[in-house]
Design a protein around this ligand. Structure first.
Ligand code: ADP
Ligand code: MG
Length: 322
């Protein structure tokens, strides 16, 4: 009696379709001016999925980069103050999202920061002189971006320049995660610069996602246990140069056209990366008090702020002792 039972145990694995591999697979590449990284669990060779992710992010870069001459965004910047432009549903939706964040941040998140922002060259260490900056800053006002019916967009100020750098990477991650889910992936970590999303868990345990130490490249300030969560960090250490002891970095206060100076790192947790991305930039500009108040008003959204003194501040839902 024992024999057939043993036999079936031995045979069973051979009868099931054998997976090519079941393991963590990883891939890294450069896109959108930063490093993309994906780790996922799959029983199949993930190379085709990695290629699909690369293709999707390249497509978005080609559409949304202000630096590629024939991108949809660059074309809009060149033409929208002359005649209304019809844009793709995808770009239009991102402009609507950006308008939403402009409204709920009372102007701190403003994609028209670029009329001033594009005058800085962080790699070369160059900033505009005061007069030039003042003139450019007078063109920052997202109300000059009119979203008309039928996906038409018009700029009412000829000096308007827009840049989706504060929100596009988050959107790209959401697109990437959707692609992985459609392929049946249940556990993955996808990151693009300071933005990431963790899908599912890490074989039964939460993922441990680190917040980079803002003043020590090799150190982690804090590690968070997360699953099915978007996380975005905005820091003054990602793109910057020093000028007479002043740190000139890439997050711009729309009121002054200069770097927002109160905080050094803002990490937002949310359900979608597009929201986490826009909000981390927003809170960085708003500063501690207004930033915490904003996040505490939003459902399923948390923030961890590190200020100039190195003190850490949490939204109410994360505050120790809660
Ligand atoms: P990173 O791009 O390094 O991930 P962030 O998510 O904080 O960092 O976004 C910073 C980017 O957001 C800048 O490089 C710029 O493109 C854009 N940006 C800067 N200031 C603002 C602002 N006030 N409103 C909206 N976008 C901004
Ligand atoms: Mg951002």
């Amino acid at each position: 009696m024992l024999r057939p039972f043993l036999l079936s145990l031995v045979l069973l694995p051979c009868l099931l379709p054998s997976p090519a591999r079941a393991e963590w697979q990883q891939h890294q590449w450069e896109v959108m001016g930063t490093r993309a990284s994906v780790t996922l669990w799959s029983e199949q060779d993930a190379s085709p999925l990695f290629a699909a992710l690369e293709a999707e992010m390249s497509r978005l870069n080609q559409r949304l980069s202000p630096w590629i001459d024939d991108s949809e965004l660059a074309t809009l910047n060149r033409k929208a103050s002359k005649t209304p432009q019809t844009v793709s549903a995808e770009l239009y939706a991102l402009l609507e999202k950006s308008r939403h964040y402009f409204q709920i941040t009372e102007g701190a998140f403003d994609i028209s920061f670029a009329s001033a922002g594009h005058l800085y060259d962080y790699r070369e260490g160059k900033a505009p002189d005061d007069d030039t900056l003042k003139r450019a800053t007078s063109h920052i006002d997202a109300r000059n971006i009119q979203l008309l019916p039928d996906h038409q967009v018009r700029f009412t100020d000829p000096g308007t320049v827009i840049d989706l750098g504060g929100i596009a990477k988050g959107y790209a991650i959401d697109q990437g995660i959707a692609l992985l889910q459609q392929a049946g992936i249940e556990q993955a970590w996808l990151s693009l610069g300071g933005d990431s999303y963790v899908l599912g868990d890490h074989r039964g345990r939460p993922w441990g996602v680190g917040i980079q130490h803002p003043r020590n490249r090799k150190a982690i300030a804090m590690r968070l246990p997360l699953r099915d969560t978007a996380m975005s960090t905005s820091g003054d250490y990602q793109r910057y140069f020093m000028d007479n002891g002043e740190r000139i970095h890439h997050i711009i206060s729309p009121q002054t056209g200069k770097s927002a100076g109160e905080l050094v790192s803002v990490t937002v947790l949310a359900e979608k990366s597009v929201d986490a991305d826009a909000l981390s930039t927003s809170v960085f500009v708003l500063g501690r008090e207004k930033g915490l108040a904003l996040i505490n008003r939003l459902p399923n959204t948390s923030v961890i702020i590190i200020d100039q003194q190195g003190a850490v501040h949490y939204s109410n839902d994360l505050a120790p002792g809660q």
